[in-house]
Write a protein that binds this ligand. Structure first.
Ligand code: SF4
Length: 127
């Protein structure tokens, strides 16, 4: 796939649950939760400096010493139904940083030059 990408000057949209493959194949990566993009960034930046709590927890679950060094927080709780997602931030029932605001207000993406993240804690600089 990388050879085809180079030789034919293609652009891929590659969807996977295997984060190690995503790391090796992508220039940019996005993380989705219940159908919403919660974080998007240059792949190396996203893996080395994840901002969204869900991204941090996903990366903590990779058994790779290269991405360790932070305290590990496993993704707890059950995935809610995408048909009746929780109000506000749909990750709030599983998020250790959730506040009352998270339960009622959908976080909008904070867009910078090379990334975007949708999280009240990031916006409030609690993370
Ligand atoms: S918006 Fe709130 S609940 Fe959602 S990820 Fe950020 S801190 Fe957690």
């Amino acid at each position: 796939m990388k050879r085809l990408l180079r030789n034919l000057r293609l652009t891929y949209l590659f969807i996977s649950h295997d984060l190690a493959v995503v790391y090796h194949i992508s220039d940019f990566a996005g993380v989705m939760y219940l159908g919403r993009l919660v974080e998007w960034a240059d792949t190396k930046k996203l893996f080395n400096q994840p901002k969204h709590p869900y991204t941090q927890m996903l990366l903590d679950a990779i058994p790779d010493l290269k991405f360790s060094g932070r305290p590990r927080t496993p993704v707890a709780g059950e995935v809610p139904s995408p048909i009746t997602p929780p109000p506000g931030c749909s990750f709030h029932p599983r998020c250790p940083y959730a506040t009352a605001r998270c339960k009622t207000e959908l976080p909008l993406p904070i867009i910078s030059q090379s990334s975007q993240v949708a999280c009240h804690a990031v916006e409030e600089q609690r993370l």
